[in-house]
Design a protein around this ligand. Structure first.
Ligand code: ZN
Length: 136
């Protein structure tokens, strides 16, 4: 691990294992509330990297975009507003929280009879078509 040689996980395999792990007949209400909770925990982990650890800083301001700027210039004016880099501890925590959020995203798909891979493929096509527009 950590060598960059980690094995890839197929989306369908992931959905299969999540569905096996889910308690039988788990209520959609439980899945929805866990889905929301895990998303909130991802936000909290990122915020804690800023406010508790300090490895990240948020430096935000509005940058005026010149009227003459064309679409391909936009990336020069947009900013993550992040400074610094995740330390190992915060990286581990955020990855773990993202994993749980992915788990419940997948569980939601499973409970509703949706296929995560199809969801990803459709979004992939949309993003590939829209590119810049998608993020406004
Ligand atoms: Zn940190």
């Amino acid at each position: 691990m950590g060598s960059g040689e980690e094995s890839k996980v197929a989306v369908q395999d992931f959905q299969d294992i999540v569905s096996q792990f889910l308690v039988r007949h788990q209520s959609i209400l439980d899945v929805l509330s866990k889905f929301q909770e895990t998303n909130a925990r991802v936000n909290r982990a990122v915020i804690k990297a800023v406010t508790n650890c300090g490895c990240l800083k948020v430096v935000a301001e509005k940058k005026p975009i010149p009227e003459s700027a064309c679409l391909s210039d936009l990336k020069d004016y947009l900013d993550t507003h992040l400074r610094g880099e995740l330390c190992e501890e915060c990286r581990d925590v955020i990855q773990a929280e993202l994993g749980k959020a992915l788990f419940y995203t997948t569980a939601l798909c499973h409970t509703l009879g949706l296929n995560l891979e199809t969801v990803m493929k459709k979004e992939h096509e949309k993003v590939a078509t829209l590119r810049y527009f998608n993020f406004t």
